[in-house]
Design a protein around this ligand. Sequence first.
Ligand code: CMP
Length: 131
Amino acid sequence: MIIKPDATARNLCGEIIRRVEQSGFILRALRMAHLSPQEARRFYAVHEGKPFLDALCRFMSSGPIVPMILEKDNAVADLRTLIGATDPKKSACGTLRYDLAVDLEKNSVHASDSVDNARTEIAFFFNESGL
Ligand code: CMP
């Protein structure tokens, strides 16, 4: 999971992590990072060619982000339920994005959409030594 720049700018890290922990996820690793637009583009390589990619990379490199490793049975599906739909206008009441997100782009958090992508995304932000 990643806390995005719109949420770090509004001091929502504590609130987001509290909700995640309260929902049964175990926090295994966490850091703060500030991506360049090029690094953001590498992270979002699966969206290459999409019309929103340039703006997304500008946004994701506009301020600090907080990537983390979370552990839970059925973590990928359960986290996506907790955070709600990509577009906060379409997310269910009580989900993290419904309550905290600004709009479709500034939607406060990113969550891996599969176990394979979670592995790739963890490798992107966390190296072997953990330093
Ligand atoms: P995320 O789950 O991080 O995956 C890709 C991101 O692109 C998404 O959340 C949004 O922040 C952003 N985005 C902006 N426009 C769109 C769109 N039309 N469809 C999907 N994602 C979008």
